[in-house]
Design a protein around this ligand. Structure first.
Ligand code: ADP
Length: 471
């Protein structure tokens, strides 16, 4: 498993290098050969051309002038490593730099026909069977007073060109070999430096998959791999948090359902088996009904929270008068307020205050805040609900003069199922979901909700809403 990536890279690299090598050896060597052939023939052509048009060449008449020309041709042939022939139209060799002393022999090239060599300025082959080995030949007529007096031809064995090609190819291959080796070192270095963090990341991902979300991937590098490592770490910590909050949620729900269910079960069993006398049954049945109501409230609270979270973006925004909504909500609590002699004072900005929000959800916010304010108020006290406009927003506050909230618990009251003191008499009826619902609704509106509270003196809950836009 370890180093698999490196081996893959190496195999791919070796294959690519081999392909490059084959390409250089085949196509490269052909191109080099063509280039040498072309360059050499051009050079030979210009040399022969120069000699053929030389005045001394045109004046060849007797043996002496022939010898003079011979020495010129010999120098050139020596310099080029080539062989030069001076041939008559009929194919008789007058001069041959390879055989300077045999010039008098006048060898005849059978079937000598310069026209058959074509129009290209060079040819390859054995030159009408004169050479045993294939040659590069450049041939040029020597003319004297508009008459062709002979042909000057220069020959270089193709094997010499091939030797030159091989020398160049060797250098190219050597350079290629050095480059391949250098790249190989770089590749191994990069792969190894990638491999260590990658191995850690893979091992970490396996730990996460196995459920060990506390594992930390230690990749410190300041690149994409480092980023990947810290993203995975972040993902694991978020998953751990979600898992924890789900476990808390389930344990809270179970706990809050169990206590009313236990008391319902206890009272109903006691009624059935006669432990509770007939005349007391109504009293205990009333307790059973209250516990059932509590279960109902808990269930609908959980459903509401679920609903808000699931449809966070789908608020049904309308323009409505928040002052009117406050009056209507306050009226709902008239019965309990009269009973406990609590007065609700409305201090409203103007007769109407038009806001843009989800009507049903804001009604729920007001209901929850007012319900809490009454629940935690002292008898014979007052509650103020106030609306105002500040910084182009509507502010709605609910103030009570009741128990207040200890400052250390203020940030916890928004958590689901949180109750400051679950054992406190009237607090036991609560579900701990009311403020979580308030916060979720206000968050979904992109607004803010705050609390100011003094223990023993009372609390003010205030939230904002967007004003309706009137043209
Ligand atoms: P509950 O159903 O218990 O009222 P909430 O989420 O509405 O649940 O409130 C959470 C806790 O915050 C309450 O149990 C209570 O301890 C505290 N709280 C909320 N509103 C007030 C208030 N107006 N005065 C004092 N304490 C409050």
């Amino acid at each position: 498993m370890k180093g698999r990536l490196l081996i893959k890279y190496l195999i791919a690299y070796i294959l690519a290098s081999a392909a490059a090598l084959i390409l250089v050896i085949t196509l490269g060597s052909k191109l080099i050969y063509n280039r040498i052939l072309d360059g050499t023939s051009r050079r030979l052509y210009s040399e022969v051309n120069r000699v053929a048009n030389d005045a001394s060449m045109k004046r060849i008449k007797d043996e002496e002038s022939l010898q003079q020309t011979m020495s010129v041709l010999e120098t050139l042939a020596d310099y080029e490593g080539a062989r030069i022939l001076y041939i008559t139209e009929g194919g008789t060799i007058l001069l041959d730099t390879a055989n300077p002393s045999d010039t008098a022999k006048h060898t005849v090239i059978q079937n000598f026909d310069p026209v058959a060599l074509g129009s290209s300025y060079y040819t390859t082959g054995n030159f009408f069977g004169f050479f045993e080995e294939d040659q590069l030949t450049v041939i040029m007529p020597v003319s004297n007073e508009m008459q062709i007096s002979g042909y000057l031809s220069i020959h270089m064995p193709l094997s010499a060109l091939i030797t030159e090609r091989e020398a160049i190819l060797r250098v190219v291959l050597l350079i290629l070999g050095i480059i391949v080796a250098l790249f190989m070192v770089v590749l191994v270095f990069i792969s190894v430096s990638f491999q260590r963090p990658l191995t850690k990341i893979v091992a970490g991902a396996k730990e996460f998959a196995a459920g060990n979300l506390n594992h930390k991937i230690e990749v410190k590098s300041n690149d994409e791999l480092g980023e990947l490592g810290s993203t995975l770490n972040f993902m694991a910590s978020e998953l751990a948090k979600t898992g924890e909050s789900q476990r808390n949620f389930i344990s809270n729900v179970s706990h809050d359902f169990r206590s009313p269910l236990t008391s319902i079960k206890g009272y109903v069993e006691a009624i059935l088996d006669g432990t509770i006398p007939h005349e007391m049954q109504d009293h205990y049945l009333e307790i059973v009904v209250n516990e059932t109501k509590r279960l109902e409230k808990l269930t609908s609270g959980i459903l509401t929270l679920n609903d808000i979270n699931a449809k966070k973006t789908s608020l049904d925004l309308t323009e409505f008068d928040i002052n009117g909504m406050i009056k209507a909500t306050a009226e709902l609590f008239e019965g309990i307020c009269t009973k406990r002699r609590i007065s609700i004072d409305l201090i409203l900005a103007g007769s109407e205050l038009s806001v843009l929000a989800d009507y049903g959800k804001i009604q729920q916010v007001l209901y929850n805040l007012l319900d809490n304010a009454i629940k935690f108020s002292r008898d014979n006290s007052s509650i103020e609900i106030e609306t105002s406009i500040r910084r182009e927003k509507a502010y709605i506050s609910v103030t009570d003069h009741g128990t207040g909230i200890p400052s250390g618990k203020l940030n916890k009251i928004w958590d689901r199922f949180y109750k400051v003191d679950a054992s406190r008499g009237r607090d036991t009826k609560g579900t701990g979901l009311g403020l979580a619902i308030v916060r979720d609704i206000i968050d979904a509106h992109g607004q803010t909700v705050n609390v100011v509270s003094t223990e023993g003196a009372g609390s003010t809950f205030e939230f904002t809403l967007d004003l309706a836009k009137h043209d």
